[in-house]
Design a protein around this ligand. Structure first.
Ligand SMILES: NC(=O)C1=CN([C@@H]2O[C@H](COP(=O)(O)OP(=O)(O)OC[C@H]3O[C@@H](n4cnc5c(N)ncnc54)[C@H](OP(=O)(O)O)[C@@H]3O)[C@@H](O)[C@H]2O)C=CC1
Ligand SMILES: O=C1O[C@H](COP(=O)(O)O)[C@@H](O)[C@H](O)[C@H]1O
Length: 458
């Protein structure tokens, strides 16, 4: 541990991200790594006082059974500052309450985060200030580039963390171990042997009262532009020499620079849909368009699918389908690698032969290698079998992993400035094509697998 941060400040502390993901992660981190100490400040628009804030923190900690001296100390000393974080004077009050070097975690809608940075520009900033910004980083490639430039006026690059919590998920690193620590996978990890790759993140969750943010984002920006492209980058990278920040982030950046919508044709390489009323896991769900705070005329998609290609020697011609949606009937979070058919199957063998598939599941962390084997009974009959393994959960929650990087000033799991811009560059043609209505907004009933006529992902 080489923690340099004395105070962690959550800006937007009364929001969903803070209570549902950040506070539990802090609780877990301090329980498992009790030698860490820092002050926690919450700042938000809500008229909360210290007591109310502490009860929110305590409840989040209870949810992860957080305990120990570090937890008790944090709870004794944490406080809440009611603030409009786009106002200089309010930010000054926050700095005044910090002990040691502060890290500002922007748990804010992206437009508000950008305004807060503008306010920071005009003030004296605390020594050792670190900034952690959530996805989506900026609103498009130009604004992400402008935000990069603006942030550099505030602090040096090594103290800017562009957070993507999928990089803190243990399975994303499991993919690296599986591929590079075994001699059987890396030799077949290319378009020579792989037919297609599907990165799927289907959620049963609906809007969860997040219309204010989500209705302006939709599934493409909320999930594909950030999380799924990061998973793609880790999956498709060239073998890095080390997993140190410089090698790891270079390798990811090279993949994303070579990635573009398949055939440069978003009209044929993307789909979008929105859920109508239905029932998910026994819970009735209203139509997305009728959810509180939604403006149906924005035509926000709740399910998106984009096919991209990675224009490199290794991956030329392999379609990578990225799909994510909400209110679907089945939670499905996996990377599915479909291998090319066997070159020749001796005549005499019968039964249906499907391609070999490797599934890498993202929570629960598991894998399955689906093979054709001669099953029991008739020795000439081909059957299907799956070799399965559990990776086991990582020690830390994804957000705790990411927070540790921020506290220690380790950028390995944070998204590099150029990469954040590349991710927008990849999806921008899709956004433009959807805006022009070149791709119809289809519908699916909440609780279904998506529009009935969409091809099923393997
Ligand atoms: N929620 C999630 O599951 C995840 C969210 N994220 C990202 O986190 C960010 C925040 O999302 P989320 O928490 O869901 O959004 P919410 O709308 O729930 O929270 C945003 C918070 O910011 C506060 N806020 C808005 N403007 C200001 C301001 N000027 N000064 C101080 N506080 C302000 C809001 O207060 P008020 O309500 O009073 O206006 C609210 O408490 C987004 O970028 C999102 O992409 C990333 C991963 C997961
Ligand atoms: O960033 C986000 O991620 C979550 C999905 O991640 P998980 O780790 O909570 O499964 C998604 O529900 C949310 O819409 C999005 O903003």
């Amino acid at each position: 541990m080489k923690q340099s941060i004395g105070t962690l400040v959550i800006l937007g502390a009364s929001g969903d991200l803070s209570s549902r993901l950040l506070l539990p992660a802090i609780g877990q981190l301090l329980t498992l790594h009790p030698d860490r100490r820092f002050r926690l400040l919450g700042a938000g628009m809500e008229e909360w006082d210290d007591e109310r804030w502490t009860s929110v923190v305590r409840k989040a900690f209870e949810g992860v059974e957080a305990k120990g001296d570090a937890i008790d100390e944090l709870l004794k000393d944490t406080s809440y500052i009611q603030a409009d974080v786009t106002e200089k004077d309010d930010l000054q009050r926050i700095f005044d309450a910090c002990e040691g070097a502060p890290a500002l975690y922007f748990a804010l809608p992206p437009a508000v985060a950008a305004k807060a940075c503008t306010a920071l520009e005009a003030m004296d900033r605390s020594e050792g200030l670190t900034l952690a910004l959530e996805k989506p980083f900026g609103l498009d490639a130009d604004s992400a580039q402008a935000l990069n430039t603006q942030l550099l006026k505030l602090v040096p690059e090594e103290r800017i963390h562009r957070v993507d919590h999928f990089l803190g998920r243990s399975t994303v690193f499991n993919m690296i171990g599986l591929r590079f620590a075994n001699s059987i996978f890396e030799p077949v990890w290319s378009g020579e042997h792989i037919d297609r790759v599907d990165i799927v993140y289907d959620e049963t969750l609906g809007l969860e009262d997040r219309a204010r943010y989500y209705d302006g984002a939709g599934a493409l920006i909320d999930m594909i532009q950030s999380h799924l492209l990061q998973v793609l980058a880790v999956f498709a990278m060239e073998p890095p020499a080390t997993l140190e920040a410089v090698d790891f982030r270079d390798a990811k950046a090279a993949v994303l620079r070579a990635t573009r919508v398949r055939g440069d044709d978003p009209a044929t390489s993307s789909r979008r849909a929105r859920y109508t009323a239905g029932s998910v896991e026994g819970k009735t769900m209203p139509s997305y368009a009728d959810e509180q705070g939604v403006d149906p005329s924005r035509k926000t998609e709740t399910l998106a699918e984009v096919v991209v290609e990675v224009d490199t020697w290794r991956w030329a011609g392999v379609p990578f389908t990225l799909r994510s949606g909400k209110a679907l009937g089945r939670r499905r979070r996996e990377v599915v690698i479909t291998f090319k058919p066997a070159r020749h199957i001796p005549s005499g063998l019968h039964g249906s032969v499907e391609p070999t598939r490797l599934r890498i599941m993202l929570a629960p962390d598991e894998m399955a290698l689906e093979l054709n084997i001669n099953g029991p009974g008739d020795p000439y009959e081909i059957d299907r079998a799956a070799l399965t393994a559990e990776f086991g959960p990582g020690e830390l929650l994804a957000y705790a992993e990411v927070l540790e990087g921020i506290l220690d000033g380790d950028p390995t799991l944070s998204v590099r400035a150029d990469t954040a811009v590349q991710c927008w560059r990849i999806v921008e043609p899709v956004i433009a094509s959807w805006k022009a209505d070149d791709v119809p907004l289809e519908e699916y009933a909440a609780g279904s697998e998506g529009p009935a006529d969409w091809p099923v992902t393997p």
